[in-house]
Every structure is written in structure tokens, then in C-alpha cells.
Design a protein around this ligand. Structure first.
Ligand SMILES: NC(=O)c1ccc[n+]([C@@H]2O[C@H](COP(=O)([O-])OP(=O)(O)OC[C@H]3O[C@@H](n4cnc5c(N)ncnc54)[C@H](O)[C@@H]3O)[C@@H](O)[C@H]2O)c1
Length: 396
């Protein structure tokens, strides 16, 4: 680890801020099922943080979309992969995904991550009590809010990637094929070009026009990304149906989904039950064009999932599941819950840029509303567990 303060430079815009060891941020690597990992702090934002007096330690990683050397050039100190547990207790640890649970030792640090333990997910108490027992704190990135809006999210690139896969699947299925496994794209322009070419070739070969696409949740982050991809692929606006709350208020299932070639679901499903958008029974009645569903929302295990047949997750190595009993055209769905990994570079850059202003507030996290709110939520969640799992965490 680099020493706490020796690498710090004066911060002209914030000279009153205390030089605090909290400013050391080792970015831990995040080995997950993602083929290339997306760091929540990129070389670009590392450079800005360092020029504002932060010290950034980055774990070496062969899996990250950005090379170790890019972080080193940005001024970060490279440290060994997996070394974050031995970082001084006052370092803040940032990583994208939940921690490895093979050795569930108590956590002494402040962690900023998507920990997936606040919505009573399987094993949530086990995960959360690690922070409480170790005297650490969890600032869960999914719940960092400013003025009731999430400060950073991956939705736009999830929708963009989901629409790209849906268009590619549609093009393959036109020729009787199935979309083969996908690898992350080093640059968005490569994906754009591949999707445009695939759609164009399918149209030429099978003598038809652009597909029609219905996007529900079109006003949200994922929806906006989906629309943008469709436009990038060349689809004219009249082929894009953009629905949100107003259009689904009449209740489903919807004829318009059956008639579209592609349906992309991008809604944020809250706890309320809503009418099903589409069911296999409904699809079997009447004329059907629909051949690809991309469920970006991916509520596969939620009992209120408005697309009940999208109930099994899919992965980049086999993106689609073909539904039995449907032919001419075939019907497949995509339910990948880590879609932004298709575009790890752009997704990380966008996320990190949005997070940056709030990372800059970390030295004042005792008073900055985003961090105060995140810590209050952490305490509330800890206090919803039995006494013996709460460690010494104070009441919310
Ligand atoms: N698959 C992935 O990799 C991935 C990645 C990121 C986010 N997501 C998921 O995508 C979903 C959307 O995320 P977001 O960031 O775009 O949310 P968001 O809040 O920005 O947008 C959601 C949109 O859905 C609309 N909506 C909600 N209920 C609706 C209904 N019944 N009918 C029509 N429209 C409705 C809202 O009005 C809003 O415009 C979330 O569930 C999120 O967890 C998936």
C-alpha cells in the first residue's frame, strides 16, 4: 500500500478539506462471472481524484477492461490482486460487485459496492453481518441517492446492449439460426458496426424491411439506451414503439407486442402486481410477428414478472433460449442480468463519471447527504437483523 498522505497534492478547489487517510481508495478487483470486469473508478476518474488530493491504490487485474498500466499512468499505485483485506483499516475499498464469500471473515473497512443484500436476497443476513461484525460499513452503490435519484447506474448501457443482442438474434433467426455466444466488445463502435451489418444483411437476404421494435420502460435509463441502439442500427423512428406507464395503463396482455418483431422490456418493477405484458397462451392466439424478447429488466424470479415465460437466466455464451412450441417464426428470449458487460469500457466510463462528484465528497462523508443517507440505510438494514448479527452498529 502506498503511504496515506505522501502522494497527496494540494487541492486548489478544496483547500479547506482535511488531509484525511479516508482518501485512500484501494480499488479491489472484482472477479465475477463477467468475462471482463468493469471498475467503478476508471483511469479517467482516477486522474481527477488524484489531482484533487486523493490517493488511489488499484489492485492489479488481468480481467479488467482497463490495463493496469492505464491506472498507473493516471497516477494510481498498483497493489497486489486480492490484497485489499490487509489495507489499513481507514482505507475505503471500492469494487463493483459483491465480495467473494468463500472465506466470510468480518469486514473492518468502509466498502462501496453493489452488495445485493438489502432486498432480502438469498443469504443477505450472512453478507450484511460481515460488515457489522467487523466494524466496517457498507455504502451500497445501488442505493446511493441524491434528491431521490440514483447517482450512478448502468441502465443506459444495459438497454443498449440488450437491444443490440435482440437485433442480432432477430437477424440470425431470419436465416433459421440461433445467436451464438458473445464476447465483450473492446469499443462500442465495433458492436454498432456488427449490429448494423447483421441487420442489413438479413434484410437484403430475406427481402424485408427493418424490424419493428416495441420498448416498454422507454422513458427510463435502460429504455433510452435501447432506443439509441435501435437508431444506431438504422431503424427508422416509425419502426420504434416507445411505451411507458401511460401506454401500459390499459392493462395487458398486449396485441402490440405480438405484432412487433422484437419486444424489449425495460421497466422498473416495484413491489406492486401489474397485468402481464405477454404470455405464451396469448401468443398462441392470432397472428404473431414477435420472434425475439429481450427482458432487460430481468425479474426472472419475481412472482410479478410481467413476462412469465422469461423465467430462466441466460448468459453471454448462449444468449437466447428458444421457446418450444413456436415456429414460423421461432420465438426466443434473452434474460442476461449483466448486460453492460458487453460494453465494459463505455459502461464503466459512464458509471464512473456519474459517481465521481460524490466520490469527491468522501472526505466530508459525515455531512454529505449522499453518504449520510447511505450510512443511515446501512444501519437500518443491520438493525433489521437479529441482535446477535448486528455487531456494535449503532441504531439508525
Ligand atoms: N439486465 C441487466 O443487465 C440490467 C442492468 C441494469 C438495470 N437492469 C434493470 O432494468 C430495470 C430498469 O432500470 P432503469 O435504470 O432503466 O430504471 P428507470 O427507473 O430509469 O426506468 C424504468 C422505467 O420503467 C417505467 N415503468 C415502470 N413500470 C412500468 C409499467 N408497468 N409500464 C410501463 N412502464 C413502466 C418507468 O416509468 C420508467 O420510465 C431495473 O429493474 C434494473 O434492475 C438490468
Amino acid at each position: 500500500m502506498s503511504p496515506s498522505t505522501s502522494a497527496q497534492k494540494p487541492n486548489p478547489s478544496n483547500t479547506a478539506a482535511p488531509v484525511s487517510p479516508q482518501r485512500n481508495i484501494p480499488i479491489r478487483d472484482n472477479p465475477t462471472h463477467d468475462p471482463l470486469t468493469r471498475p467503478p473508478v476508471t483511469p479517467t476518474t482516477t486522474r481527477t481524484l488524484i489531482s484533487n488530493g486523493f490517493t488511489i491504490n488499484v489492485e492489479r487485474s488481468p480481467l479488467r477492461i482497463f490495463a493496469d498500466a492505464d491506472f498507473a499512468h493516471a497516477g494510481a499505485t498498483l497493489v497486489d490482486e486480492g490484497s485489499w483485506p490487509s489495507a489499513p483499516a481507514d482505507h475505503i475499498i471500492i469494487g463493483l460487485k459483491e465480495l467473494d464469500d468463500k472465506n466470510p471473515f468480518p469486514l473492518k473497512h468502509v466498502h462501496i459496492a453493489f452488495a445485493h443484500c438489502y432486498k432480502q436476497q438469498a443469504g443477505w443476513q450472512h453478507v450484511l453481518s460481515r460488515y457489522a461484525r467487523g466494524g466496517g460499513v457498507l455504502y451500497d452503490m445501488e442505493f446511493l441517492e441524491s434528491e431521490k435519484r440514483r447517482v450512478a447506474a448502468f441502465g443506459y448501457h444495459a438497454g443498449y446492449a440488450g437491444a443490440a443482442l435482440a437485433l442480432q438474434a432477430w437477424a440470425r433467426q431470419m436465416g433459421g439460426g440461433v445467436l451464438e455466444g458473445r464476447e465483450p466488445y473492446g469499443h462500442k463502435s465495433e458492436l454498432d458496426e456488427e449490429v448494423r451489418r447483421g441487420v442489413r444483411e438479413a434484410m437484403e437476404k430475406f427481402g424485408r424491411g427493418y424490424p419493428t421494435v416495441l420498448i416498454i420502460g422507454a422513458l427510463g435509463r435502460c429504455g433510452r439506451g435501447g432506443i439509441e441502439m435501435c437508431r444506431e442500427a438504422g431503424l427508422p423512428d416509425e419502426n420504434l414503439m416507445k411505451w411507458d406507464m401511460a401506454e401500459t395503463a390499459k392493462g395487458g396482455p398486449f396485441e402490440e407486442i405480438r405484432e412487433a418483431d422484437i419486444f424489449i422490456n425495460c421497466i422498473y418493477l416495484d413491489k406492486k402486481e401489474i397485468p402481464k405484458f405477454i404470455t405464451t397462451d396469448f401468443l398462441k392466439q392470432g397472428q404473431r410477428n414477435l420472434s425475439v424478447v429481450c427482458d432487460v429488466s430481468c425479474d426472472t424470479t419475481n412472482p410479478h414478472n410481467p413476462i412469465p415465460f422469461c423465467s430462466t437466466p441466460t448468459y453471454f455464451n448462449a444468449p437466447t433460449i428458444t421457446l418450444p412450441g413456436f415456429s414460423s417464426p421461432p420465438l426466443s428470449y434473452i434474460t442476461i442480468d449483466h448486460l453492460p458487460s458487453l460494453l465494459p469500457r463505455e459502461a464503466s466510463e459512464a458509471f464512473s463519471k456519474d459517481l465521481l462528484p460524490f466520490l469527491m465528497q468522501l472526505p466530508r462523508r459525515g455531512e454529505a447527504p449522499v453518504w449520510v443517507g447511505a450510512e443511515r440505510l446501512y444501519r437500518e438494514k443491520v438493525w433489521s437483523m437479529p441482535r446477535e448479527l448486528r455487531g456494535e452498529v449503532g441504531a439508525p
